[in-house]
Design a protein around this ligand. Structure first.
Ligand SMILES: CC(C)(COP(=O)(O)OP(=O)(O)OC[C@H]1O[C@@H](n2cnc3c(N)ncnc32)[C@H](O)[C@@H]1OP(=O)(O)O)[C@@H](O)C(=O)NCCC(=O)NCCS
Length: 187
């Protein structure tokens, strides 16, 4: 399978937000932006892998500011990290007010996609990181993956610990200003 350079993985999508995308406050519904992010991740990863890729996980997504109906939303995706069968796509989202041309960054999202054939994960090409920025982004993706595994293990263990507490210990924790994880790790 032929390795690909980061620059070859880029995909750009754009869409004007219509009243169909509105939430009850008349701004763009977060789910409409998430759907566009998912579509961009799908196109970017499938083009890179030369196979259909499915969405395995969204990393944390922060909505920095509202997007207005009538604005042009542009999504720029590229492959930032690859494992054996998974591909992390980074997508930056900008909104442009069409009349003034004012453009602002509203979101950066990372989505893990997995290449599949007959529903089973299959290998993806190697990613060639040439610039310092590309190397840093690849290592950050690997770090994110490692920390995700640690965090999931931590959350499982600490939740189990909470479930083992007595009623009075639960009440003490509910009334305490102490950080729950500090308390649990100390006991
Ligand atoms: C994603 C999916 C193919 C993974 O299948 P699986 O049998 O769990 O595969 P594995 O455990 O072998 O993992 C395959 C790769 O996916 C990664 N992966 C699996 N679940 C993940 C998750 N929740 N978050 C991040 N990465 C994940 C693994 O780390 C592994 O990466 P690597 O090969 O680069 O090391 C499977 O869970 C699936 O089909 N999910 C539904 C996908 C879908 O329908 N999405 C749309 C939702 S409507």
């Amino acid at each position: 399978m032929q390795a690909k350079r980061v620059a070859e993985t880029e995909v750009r999508m754009a869409q004007v937000m219509t009243p169909n995308d509105a939430n009850v406050l008349g701004k763009v519904f977060g789910g409409s932006i998430l759907a566009l992010i998912d579509l961009t991740a799908s196109a970017t990863s499938s083009k890179f892998a030369g196979r259909i890729c499915v969405t395995a996980a969204f990393d944390r997504v922060d909505f920095l500011e509202p997007v207005e109906i009538g604005e042009l939303v542009e999504l720029d995706g590229f492959v930032s990290y690859v494992g054996r069968t998974s591909v992390e796509v980074t997508i930056s989202v900008h909104a442009t007010r069409l009349v003034t041309g004012a453009r602002r960054h509203v979101n950066t999202a990372r989505v893990t996609m997995v290449a599949v054939e007959d529903g089973k994960p299959v290998e993806v090409p190697r990613l060639i990181c040439e610039t310092r920025e590309e190397k840093l982004r690849f290592l950050a993706g690997k770090l994110r993956r490692e920390l995700r595994v640690e965090r999931t293990a931590d959350m499982t263990a600490l939740t189990k610990q909470i479930e083992g507490l007595s009623e009075s210990e639960l009440d003490n924790l509910l009334g305490s200003k102490e950080r729950i994880c500090d308390h649990l790790r100390a006991n």
